[in-house]
Design a protein around this ligand. Structure first.
Ligand code: DAH
Length: 355
């Protein structure tokens, strides 16, 4: 009865095709029942084995069993595919779907403002200089003609860095050293970028035309307008015959580049130990008016003090110069109408993405 053996393979192929084509789990269950369930058409082959001549039974039995194993494997395969598809829409991958985009990062608003400040000064021929954030007292204060009794030098206002010696003294003392006692090392986190004026002049002969963007540190508690670390841009211009007029013209040009042509600048007499005369720069524009103010203090500046020139070996009879320093956060807050400085440091992308 070669006829029976010949029936097995085609039946298996049809069953396989039907199992593999099942479009969903319900259709798969139906195909299973139709072929390999108790009343299935492939199962029915088994029941006919008994009617075969004894010598044909082993081969037929082997073929039917192998077929059943193959069908059950196909059933399991298809079932796991369909289950995955149900749990995970889009499976298998549809390559025609649009890709999943990664959010593109942006420059931090403080970086953007700093870049714009640098760009404006570059137009006037200024170079960018840099200096250490961990400074010594000499470059931060003494060389800038800032006397030992100046409040900025108080441990309440500045982060001093303890040396091994001062740390050991503090550890062995019965009472911890009072906060007001300034460590002898004189190493500190710079309180302003003005220290870089000194470092640059020590390194190069005049003329000098630099700006210094950088991070500075003060012992302030964080609130809407203060943070223990913030950013400044320092400017220094040294040449022969430099005047306050050059200073004012430069500051006006840069602020108009940054904030628009309606900007007004006012110089108000002030005191800084490293400049003489010294001024505070007041700023006015439509936004300042909206804030209900006429002027907003934005920077300090002045003509470089002759003693500062002497400290770096420049002859004050020959060289003149001006310097200024302002806070980057202050300008960014004005430019973007931001009312809390802490927003800059929280790194909340909902804030950062607006700029
Ligand atoms: N260093 C000052 C500060 O941190 C700012 C400043 C004032 C810088 C006058 C200068 C200057 O270069 O001439 O508040």
């Amino acid at each position: 009865m070669g006829g029976f053996l010949d029936e097995i393979e085609p039946l298996k192929q049809t069953a396989l095709a039907e199992l593999q084509a099942a479009a969903n789990l319900a259709a798969l269950e139906q195909a299973k029942g139709a072929w390999i369930g108790p009343n299935g058409k492939f199962t029915a082959l088994m029941k006919r084995l008994g009617a075969l001549p004894r010598e044909e039974r082993p081969e037929a039995g082997k073929l039917i069993n192998a077929g059943k194993v193959a069908l059950e494997a196909a059933l399991a395969d298809r079932r796991s595919d369909l289950e995955l598809a149900a749990a995970q829409p889009g499976y298998p991958t549809d390559f025609t779907l649009p890709g999943r985009r990664r959010g593109l990062g942006k420059l931090h608003p403080l970086t953007q403002v700093t870049d714009d400040i640098v760009r404006a000064f570059r137009k006037l021929g200024f170079a960018v200089a840099d200096g250490p954030e961990i400074e010594d007292e000499y470059h931060c204060f003494d060389a800038l003609n800032t006397p030992a009794d100046h409040p900025a030098r108080d441990a309440q206002d500045t982060f001093y860095i303890a040396t091994a010696a001062t740390a050991a003294t503090a550890a062995t003392a019965a009472q911890p050293a009072p906060l007001q006692t300034r460590p002898t090392s004189g190493t500190l986190l710079r309180t302003h970028t003005s220290s870089v004026q000194i470092r640059v002049m020590e390194r190069q002969p005049p003329p000098v035309r630099i700006i210094v963007p950088g991070r500075v540190f003060r012992r302030d508690n964080a609130d809407a307008t203060h943070n223990p670390t913030f950013h400044q841009v320092e400017g220094l211009y040294v040449d022969q015959g430099v005047t306050v007029g050059d200073l004012k013209g430069t500051v006006e040009f840069v602020f108009r580049e940054l904030m628009g042509s309606d900007v007004k600048i006012r110089f108000r007499p002030h005191y800084f130990s490293y400049t003489e005369p010294s001024y505070e720069i007041d700023f006015a524009n439509a936004l300042v008016k909206k804030m209900g103010k006429e002027w907003l203090e934005i920077a300090g500046c002045g003509m470089v003090h002759p003693r500062v020139f002497e400290n770096v070996g420049y002859d004050p009879e020959v060289w003149t110069g001006w310097a200024f320093g302002f806070g980057v956060e202050r300008i960014a807050m004005l430019r973007y109408a931001i009312n809390d400085i802490r927003l800059f440091y929280e790194n909340d992308v909902r804030f950062l993405h607006q700029f």
